[in-house]
Design a protein. Structure first.
Length: 100
């Protein structure tokens, strides 16, 4: 599926990397998992890096297609931005109200 350029640009600006985890990779992951953690399966995953480090809360997968992983990353990052704005907006309104 062809994704709009604005979606691809937003995901790239956020530092999202999309990669395919094959059977060999998931076998290694599952061998290192702690007891009680769910098994990982092959497919497309996404993660976000900030200053060279992986942001743990910003990763998900597996997805059947690369475009599905990109769409999921875009939506989750957009929803987080809206949630942060909803928290900050009342504070800004109060600050502006006090200044006026």
């Amino acid at each position: 599926m062809r994704l709009p350029d604005r979606v691809l640009e937003a995901v790239n600006r956020a530092g999202v990397e999309v990669f395919y985890a094959d059977r060999h990779t998931t076998r290694v992951w599952n061998g290192l998992r702690l007891q009680g953690e769910p098994l990982r399966y092959g497919g497309w995953y996404w993660m976000r890096r900030s200053k060279g480090r992986i942001v743990e809360a910003d990763e998900d997968g597996p997805f059947r297609t690369e475009s599905a992983a990109i769409r999921d990353a875009f939506v989750k990052l957009q929803l987080r931005a809206v949630a942060v704005l909803a928290l900050v907006l009342p504070v800004l309104e109060d600050m502006l109200g006090l200044m006026a």
